[in-house]
Design a protein around this ligand. Structure first.
Ligand SMILES: NC(=O)c1ccc[n+]([C@@H]2O[C@H](COP(=O)([O-])OP(=O)(O)OC[C@H]3O[C@@H](n4cnc5c(N)ncnc54)[C@H](OP(=O)(O)O)[C@@H]3O)[C@@H](O)[C@H]2O)c1
Length: 293
Protein backbone atom coordinates (compact mmCIF):
# COMPACT_ATOMS: atom_id res chain seq x y z
CA UNK A 1 0.00 0.00 0.00
CA UNK A 2 1.14 3.55 -0.76
CA UNK A 3 -0.07 6.30 1.60
CA UNK A 4 -0.65 9.74 0.06
CA UNK A 5 -0.94 12.84 2.25
CA UNK A 6 -2.58 15.93 0.79
CA UNK A 7 -4.49 13.47 -1.39
CA UNK A 8 -7.12 15.96 -2.53
CA UNK A 9 -4.64 18.73 -3.35
CA UNK A 10 -3.02 19.83 -6.60
CA UNK A 11 -0.37 17.14 -6.58
CA UNK A 12 -1.89 14.53 -4.27
CA UNK A 13 -5.07 14.16 -6.33
CA UNK A 14 -3.14 13.67 -9.58
CA UNK A 15 -0.71 11.32 -7.86
CA UNK A 16 -3.55 9.23 -6.42
CA UNK A 17 -5.21 8.93 -9.85
CA UNK A 18 -1.94 7.82 -11.47
CA UNK A 19 -1.33 5.20 -8.78
CA UNK A 20 -4.90 3.87 -9.02
CA UNK A 21 -4.59 3.73 -12.83
CA UNK A 22 -1.47 1.60 -12.35
CA UNK A 23 -3.38 -0.78 -10.08
CA UNK A 24 -1.65 0.24 -6.84
CA UNK A 25 -3.36 -0.01 -3.48
CA UNK A 26 -3.58 3.59 -2.21
CA UNK A 27 -4.51 5.09 1.14
CA UNK A 28 -5.60 8.74 0.78
CA UNK A 29 -5.17 11.16 3.67
CA UNK A 30 -6.78 14.62 3.96
CA UNK A 31 -9.21 16.27 6.38
CA UNK A 32 -12.42 16.57 4.35
CA UNK A 33 -14.07 13.16 3.94
CA UNK A 34 -16.42 14.35 1.16
CA UNK A 35 -13.51 15.27 -1.11
CA UNK A 36 -12.05 11.79 -0.67
CA UNK A 37 -15.13 10.09 -2.12
CA UNK A 38 -13.97 10.19 -5.79
CA UNK A 39 -10.96 8.12 -4.70
CA UNK A 40 -12.83 5.65 -2.46
CA UNK A 41 -15.27 5.20 -5.37
CA UNK A 42 -12.27 3.97 -7.35
CA UNK A 43 -11.21 1.53 -4.64
CA UNK A 44 -8.73 3.62 -2.64
CA UNK A 45 -8.72 3.55 1.13
CA UNK A 46 -9.21 6.88 2.87
CA UNK A 47 -8.65 8.41 6.29
CA UNK A 48 -10.06 11.84 7.04
CA UNK A 49 -7.71 13.23 9.69
CA UNK A 50 -5.42 16.18 10.27
CA UNK A 51 -1.71 15.63 9.76
CA UNK A 52 -1.38 17.09 13.25
CA UNK A 53 -3.03 13.94 14.72
CA UNK A 54 0.22 12.04 15.00
CA UNK A 55 -1.10 8.78 16.48
CA UNK A 56 -3.90 8.47 13.91
CA UNK A 57 -1.42 9.34 11.17
CA UNK A 58 0.99 6.64 12.37
CA UNK A 59 -1.89 4.17 12.35
CA UNK A 60 -2.74 5.19 8.78
CA UNK A 61 0.91 4.82 7.68
CA UNK A 62 1.28 1.40 9.33
CA UNK A 63 2.05 -1.27 6.69
CA UNK A 64 2.68 1.26 3.90
CA UNK A 65 5.50 0.33 1.54
CA UNK A 66 5.96 4.01 0.82
CA UNK A 67 4.54 7.37 1.88
CA UNK A 68 4.09 10.57 -0.09
CA UNK A 69 4.63 13.30 2.51
CA UNK A 70 3.79 16.97 2.11
CA UNK A 71 3.24 19.98 4.37
CA UNK A 72 0.08 21.80 3.27
CA UNK A 73 0.38 25.58 3.30
CA UNK A 74 -1.77 27.37 5.89
CA UNK A 75 -1.66 31.03 4.84
CA UNK A 76 -4.01 32.04 7.67
CA UNK A 77 -1.62 30.75 10.35
CA UNK A 78 -0.45 33.60 12.62
CA UNK A 79 3.02 31.99 12.62
CA UNK A 80 3.37 30.26 9.26
CA UNK A 81 6.75 28.60 9.90
CA UNK A 82 5.63 27.35 13.34
CA UNK A 83 2.62 25.70 11.65
CA UNK A 84 4.91 24.05 9.09
CA UNK A 85 7.16 22.84 11.93
CA UNK A 86 4.20 21.42 13.85
CA UNK A 87 2.87 19.47 10.83
CA UNK A 88 6.37 18.46 9.74
CA UNK A 89 7.25 17.13 13.19
CA UNK A 90 3.99 15.17 13.32
CA UNK A 91 4.71 13.62 9.90
CA UNK A 92 8.21 12.58 10.94
CA UNK A 93 7.01 11.11 14.25
CA UNK A 94 4.27 9.17 12.45
CA UNK A 95 6.82 7.80 9.96
CA UNK A 96 9.02 6.68 12.87
CA UNK A 97 6.16 5.16 14.88
CA UNK A 98 4.76 3.26 11.90
CA UNK A 99 8.11 1.91 10.72
CA UNK A 100 7.68 3.17 7.13
CA UNK A 101 10.95 2.79 5.24
CA UNK A 102 10.41 4.77 2.01
CA UNK A 103 9.29 8.40 1.82
CA UNK A 104 8.89 10.72 -1.15
CA UNK A 105 8.81 14.22 0.37
CA UNK A 106 7.35 17.22 -1.45
CA UNK A 107 9.83 20.04 -0.88
CA UNK A 108 10.64 22.99 -3.15
CA UNK A 109 13.31 24.50 -5.29
CA UNK A 110 15.22 26.86 -2.98
CA UNK A 111 15.16 24.46 -0.03
CA UNK A 112 18.94 24.25 -0.31
CA UNK A 113 19.15 27.90 0.77
CA UNK A 114 19.34 28.64 4.51
CA UNK A 115 17.43 31.94 4.51
CA UNK A 116 15.53 34.66 2.65
CA UNK A 117 13.17 32.22 0.93
CA UNK A 118 9.94 32.79 2.89
CA UNK A 119 7.71 29.70 3.18
CA UNK A 120 10.41 27.54 1.58
CA UNK A 121 12.38 27.82 4.86
CA UNK A 122 9.81 25.52 6.47
CA UNK A 123 10.29 22.94 3.71
CA UNK A 124 14.05 23.11 4.19
CA UNK A 125 13.54 22.43 7.91
CA UNK A 126 11.42 19.41 6.98
CA UNK A 127 14.13 18.06 4.65
CA UNK A 128 16.63 18.31 7.51
CA UNK A 129 14.19 16.66 9.95
CA UNK A 130 13.56 13.76 7.56
CA UNK A 131 17.29 13.43 6.86
CA UNK A 132 17.83 12.65 10.55
CA UNK A 133 15.62 9.53 10.35
CA UNK A 134 17.77 6.43 10.54
CA UNK A 135 17.10 3.53 8.19
CA UNK A 136 14.47 5.43 6.19
CA UNK A 137 15.01 6.14 2.48
CA UNK A 138 13.89 9.68 1.68
CA UNK A 139 13.65 11.27 -1.75
CA UNK A 140 13.06 15.03 -1.60
CA UNK A 141 11.30 16.39 -4.68
CA UNK A 142 12.21 20.04 -5.24
CA UNK A 143 9.77 21.35 -7.84
CA UNK A 144 9.99 24.83 -9.32
CA UNK A 145 7.15 27.38 -9.41
CA UNK A 146 3.90 25.57 -10.28
CA UNK A 147 2.30 26.56 -13.60
CA UNK A 148 -1.01 26.26 -11.73
CA UNK A 149 -0.08 29.32 -9.62
CA UNK A 150 -1.05 31.42 -12.64
CA UNK A 151 -4.67 30.26 -12.40
CA UNK A 152 -5.27 32.92 -9.71
CA UNK A 153 -5.22 35.40 -12.62
CA UNK A 154 -8.45 34.09 -14.16
CA UNK A 155 -10.61 36.95 -12.81
CA UNK A 156 -8.05 39.66 -13.60
CA UNK A 157 -7.87 38.38 -17.17
CA UNK A 158 -11.65 38.43 -17.49
CA UNK A 159 -12.25 41.79 -15.88
CA UNK A 160 -9.11 43.85 -16.62
CA UNK A 161 -7.33 42.03 -19.44
CA UNK A 162 -4.16 41.76 -17.35
CA UNK A 163 -2.20 39.17 -15.41
CA UNK A 164 -0.02 40.18 -12.49
CA UNK A 165 2.08 39.32 -9.47
CA UNK A 166 5.06 40.66 -7.56
CA UNK A 167 7.40 38.76 -9.87
CA UNK A 168 9.46 40.63 -12.46
CA UNK A 169 8.07 40.50 -15.97
CA UNK A 170 11.47 39.71 -17.52
CA UNK A 171 12.61 37.09 -15.00
CA UNK A 172 13.45 33.72 -16.56
CA UNK A 173 11.49 31.28 -14.40
CA UNK A 174 11.47 27.51 -14.20
CA UNK A 175 7.77 26.53 -14.25
CA UNK A 176 6.51 23.00 -13.79
CA UNK A 177 3.06 21.44 -14.25
CA UNK A 178 1.76 19.68 -11.13
CA UNK A 179 0.82 16.65 -13.23
CA UNK A 180 4.53 16.21 -14.02
CA UNK A 181 5.43 16.39 -10.33
CA UNK A 182 2.74 13.80 -9.59
CA UNK A 183 4.06 11.53 -12.36
CA UNK A 184 7.62 11.64 -11.00
CA UNK A 185 6.39 11.02 -7.45
CA UNK A 186 4.28 8.08 -8.63
CA UNK A 187 7.21 6.51 -10.44
CA UNK A 188 9.49 6.64 -7.38
CA UNK A 189 6.76 5.56 -4.94
CA UNK A 190 6.09 2.52 -7.11
CA UNK A 191 9.65 1.57 -7.95
CA UNK A 192 11.17 2.59 -4.59
CA UNK A 193 14.39 3.16 -6.51
CA UNK A 194 15.95 5.60 -4.02
CA UNK A 195 18.26 4.75 -1.15
CA UNK A 196 19.50 6.90 1.70
CA UNK A 197 18.65 10.57 1.41
CA UNK A 198 18.48 12.22 -2.02
CA UNK A 199 17.13 15.25 -3.87
CA UNK A 200 15.57 15.62 -7.31
CA UNK A 201 14.81 19.06 -8.73
CA UNK A 202 11.87 19.33 -11.17
CA UNK A 203 12.25 22.33 -13.48
CA UNK A 204 9.51 21.96 -16.07
CA UNK A 205 9.96 21.75 -19.82
CA UNK A 206 11.71 25.11 -20.34
CA UNK A 207 12.24 28.48 -18.67
CA UNK A 208 10.05 31.43 -19.52
CA UNK A 209 9.33 34.95 -18.31
CA UNK A 210 5.96 36.19 -17.05
CA UNK A 211 5.76 38.32 -20.23
CA UNK A 212 6.24 35.19 -22.35
CA UNK A 213 3.76 33.16 -20.27
CA UNK A 214 1.21 35.97 -20.61
CA UNK A 215 1.69 36.13 -24.38
CA UNK A 216 1.12 32.38 -24.65
CA UNK A 217 -2.05 32.57 -22.55
CA UNK A 218 -3.22 35.60 -24.57
CA UNK A 219 -2.86 33.61 -27.81
CA UNK A 220 -4.74 30.64 -26.34
CA UNK A 221 -7.73 32.75 -25.32
CA UNK A 222 -7.73 35.06 -28.35
CA UNK A 223 -6.69 38.09 -26.30
CA UNK A 224 -3.45 39.13 -28.04
CA UNK A 225 -3.36 42.37 -26.02
CA UNK A 226 -3.32 40.57 -22.63
CA UNK A 227 -0.58 42.26 -20.55
CA UNK A 228 1.49 41.23 -17.55
CA UNK A 229 1.81 43.81 -14.76
CA UNK A 230 4.41 43.56 -12.00
CA UNK A 231 2.62 44.62 -8.81
CA UNK A 232 4.58 46.54 -6.19
CA UNK A 233 5.39 44.67 -2.99
CA UNK A 234 3.07 47.09 -1.13
CA UNK A 235 0.11 46.34 -3.43
CA UNK A 236 0.85 42.62 -3.23
CA UNK A 237 0.85 42.80 0.57
CA UNK A 238 -2.60 44.44 0.53
CA UNK A 239 -3.96 41.91 -1.98
CA UNK A 240 -2.70 38.93 0.05
CA UNK A 241 -4.10 40.33 3.30
CA UNK A 242 -7.40 40.81 1.45
CA UNK A 243 -7.62 37.11 0.63
CA UNK A 244 -6.98 36.01 4.22
CA UNK A 245 -3.19 35.71 4.50
CA UNK A 246 -1.95 36.40 8.04
CA UNK A 247 0.53 39.27 8.48
CA UNK A 248 3.27 36.68 8.95
CA UNK A 249 2.36 34.74 5.79
CA UNK A 250 2.29 38.02 3.82
CA UNK A 251 5.80 38.86 5.06
CA UNK A 252 7.12 35.43 4.07
CA UNK A 253 5.43 35.50 0.67
CA UNK A 254 7.03 38.87 -0.11
CA UNK A 255 10.39 37.54 1.05
CA UNK A 256 10.02 34.63 -1.39
CA UNK A 257 9.00 36.95 -4.23
CA UNK A 258 12.11 39.05 -3.60
CA UNK A 259 14.25 35.90 -3.62
CA UNK A 260 12.84 34.97 -7.05
CA UNK A 261 13.25 38.52 -8.39
CA UNK A 262 16.85 38.65 -7.21
CA UNK A 263 17.63 35.31 -8.86
CA UNK A 264 18.35 33.47 -5.60
CA UNK A 265 15.99 30.56 -6.28
CA UNK A 266 17.42 28.77 -9.28
CA UNK A 267 17.85 25.19 -10.35
CA UNK A 268 20.46 23.59 -12.57
CA UNK A 269 18.70 22.20 -15.63
CA UNK A 270 19.59 18.69 -16.72
CA UNK A 271 17.91 16.16 -19.00
CA UNK A 272 16.69 14.31 -15.91
CA UNK A 273 15.04 17.26 -14.17
CA UNK A 274 13.39 18.59 -17.34
CA UNK A 275 9.76 17.47 -17.27
CA UNK A 276 7.31 16.86 -20.12
CA UNK A 277 4.45 19.37 -20.06
CA UNK A 278 5.13 22.47 -22.15
CA UNK A 279 3.61 25.76 -20.97
CA UNK A 280 1.62 25.97 -24.26
CA UNK A 281 -0.07 22.70 -23.36
CA UNK A 282 -0.84 23.77 -19.79
CA UNK A 283 -2.18 27.15 -20.96
CA UNK A 284 -5.07 25.42 -22.76
CA UNK A 285 -6.88 25.40 -19.42
CA UNK A 286 -7.28 29.19 -19.61
CA UNK A 287 -9.67 28.78 -22.55
CA UNK A 288 -12.43 27.67 -20.22
CA UNK A 289 -11.37 29.70 -17.15
CA UNK A 290 -10.77 33.13 -18.59
CA UNK A 291 -13.46 33.44 -21.19
CA UNK A 292 -11.57 32.29 -24.27
CA UNK A 293 -13.23 30.29 -27.01
N1 LIG B 1 2.96 26.60 -5.50
C1 LIG B 1 4.23 26.42 -5.84
O1 LIG B 1 4.74 27.03 -6.80
C2 LIG B 1 5.09 25.44 -5.07
C3 LIG B 1 6.37 25.16 -5.53
C4 LIG B 1 7.16 24.24 -4.84
C5 LIG B 1 6.65 23.61 -3.70
N2 LIG B 1 5.39 23.91 -3.28
C6 LIG B 1 4.89 23.23 -2.07
O2 LIG B 1 3.87 22.31 -2.45
C7 LIG B 1 2.98 22.12 -1.35
C8 LIG B 1 1.55 22.34 -1.79
O3 LIG B 1 1.17 21.27 -2.65
P1 LIG B 1 -0.27 21.27 -3.33
O4 LIG B 1 -0.40 22.52 -4.15
O5 LIG B 1 -0.46 19.95 -3.97
O6 LIG B 1 -1.20 21.42 -2.05
P2 LIG B 1 -2.72 21.89 -1.99
O7 LIG B 1 -3.36 21.85 -3.34
O8 LIG B 1 -2.76 23.14 -1.19
O9 LIG B 1 -3.40 20.71 -1.15
C9 LIG B 1 -3.31 20.58 0.22
C10 LIG B 1 -3.80 19.19 0.59
O10 LIG B 1 -3.52 18.94 1.96
C11 LIG B 1 -4.74 18.71 2.67
N3 LIG B 1 -4.57 19.35 3.97
C12 LIG B 1 -4.50 20.67 4.26
N4 LIG B 1 -4.27 20.87 5.55
C13 LIG B 1 -4.24 19.65 6.13
C14 LIG B 1 -4.07 19.18 7.45
N5 LIG B 1 -3.86 20.02 8.47
N6 LIG B 1 -4.09 17.86 7.69
C15 LIG B 1 -4.31 16.98 6.67
N7 LIG B 1 -4.43 17.35 5.39
C16 LIG B 1 -4.42 18.68 5.13
C17 LIG B 1 -5.84 19.30 1.81
O11 LIG B 1 -7.09 18.67 2.01
P3 LIG B 1 -8.03 19.08 3.27
O12 LIG B 1 -8.15 20.57 3.22
O13 LIG B 1 -9.32 18.35 3.00
O14 LIG B 1 -7.35 18.59 4.48
C18 LIG B 1 -5.29 18.98 0.42
O15 LIG B 1 -5.53 17.64 0.11
C19 LIG B 1 3.40 23.11 -0.26
O16 LIG B 1 4.24 22.48 0.67
C20 LIG B 1 4.18 24.14 -1.07
O17 LIG B 1 5.09 24.88 -0.29
C21 LIG B 1 4.60 24.81 -3.93
Amino acid sequence: MIAVTGATGNIGSKLTRILLDKGEKVLCIARHADKLIPFTDRGAGAVAISLAQTDLLAEAFYGAEAVFAMIPPNYAAPDFLAYQDMIGTSLVEAIEQSGVKNVVNLSSLGADLPDKTGPIKGLRAQELRLNRLKGVNVLHLQPAYFMENLLVNADLIKTQNIMGSALRSDLQMHMVATRDIAAVAAQHLQKRDFAGKSVVQLLGRSDLTMDEATAIIGRKIDKPDLRYVQFSYEDTEKALAGIGFSADAVKLFIEMSRAFNEGLIKGIRTKENTTGTAFEEFAQIFRSLAGGR
